[in-house]
Design a protein around this ligand. Structure first.
Ligand SMILES: Nc1ncnc2c1ncn2[C@@H]1O[C@H](COP(=O)(O)OP(=O)(O)OP(=O)(O)O)[C@@H](O)[C@H]1O
Ligand SMILES: [Mg+2]
Length: 250
């Protein structure tokens, strides 16, 4: 079953075609990655899918519904969550407050919710569950700005999880982390993917990480998908080796 499909998706910035005729088919439940050199259009592609930027043309179908042109908040409600290349937390709030605020904003659409005190306990419980799944419960009451960079990135994922996405898009979740933090984060992403039954697509520059956990890899180059397949196929793909990975892979 397909969860997300794009057809001929395009976005230009002036004369620069940042995303060009992108046809994506993401299967429900897959854990996959998008790779490509700096400036290939990866973040822009996520921005188009999540409605942060309007696409110029094409189709975006999520769970069978056309979401092209919808504003970001409506797309979030339909079940697409994302983390950012740079974090989006409220720095002066604690971790607990950041995640709880995200859960509350997600539940707000149900007005009755606020009149039910049991629901507020549920929110606190859900907040702790998310912090636990990210190995952050001991830091729940720290001010977010005091966190190390790696923990801030995890909190950013926690905020995305608070919105209970069916499809989670992670933009360089391990950027700026130490090697140890990276592998811990990889293990955590795998666990979240399994326990929460999500479809996860991540953008990543660390090839060890990409090749070790992706079921599918898609390669963007100058806004176009130049290859798609399982890690084994991608690592032997001439176009990928020549156009992007270069000597690293040879
Ligand atoms: N809002 C914008 N206005 C103008 N140009 C933009 C904008 N956003 C991105 N671009 C340009 O579009 C191209 C694709 O950028 P994008 O950020 O999507 O690349 P990326 O693959 O995510 O790169 P990186 O690996 O460095 O994060 C780049 O040339 C970038 O400079
Ligand atoms: Mg990017």
């Amino acid at each position: 079953m397909v969860i997300l499909q794009t057809e001929n998706l395009k976005k230009a910035f002036g004369g620069l075609q940042a995303v060009n005729k992108v046809n994506l088919t993401i299967a429900k439940g897959e854990l996959s990655s998008i790779i490509g050199p700096n400036g290939a259009g990866k973040t822009t592609l996520f921005n188009l899918i999540t409605g942060y930027l309007p696409a110029d043309s094409g189709k975006i179908i999520f769970k069978g519904e056309n979401i092209f042109g919808l504003p970001h908040y409506k797309i979030v409600r339909k079940g697409i969550g994302r983390s950012f290349q740079r974090t989006t937390i409220f720095p002066s709030l604690t971790l607990f407050e950041n995640v709880r605020a995200a859960i509350l904003s997600h539940k707000k659409k149900n007005f009755k919710f606020f009149t039910d005190s049991n629901s507020l306990e549920d929110v606190n419980e859900a907040t702790f569950q998310i912090l636990e799944s990210l190995n952050l419960p001991d830091k729940a009451y720290l001010i977010s700005s005091t966190l190390a960079h790696g923990d801030q990135k995890l909190l950013d994922i926690g905020i995305a999880l608070a919105l209970e996405p069916d499809l989670l898009l992670l933009d360089e979740p391990t950027a700026g982390m130490s090697p140890e933090e990276r592998w811990n984060t990889v293990a955590m992403i795998q666990k979240l993917w399994k326990t929460r039954n999500m479809t996860v697509v991540f953008i990543e520059h660390d090839m060890d990480m990409v090749f070790s956990i992706s079921q599918q890899i898609r390669v963007l180059h100058y806004g176009e998908i130049i290859a798609e397949g399982q890690p084994e196929e991608i690592s032997h793909n001439r176009a990928v080796i020549e156009a992007y990975l270069g000597e690293e892979m040879i």
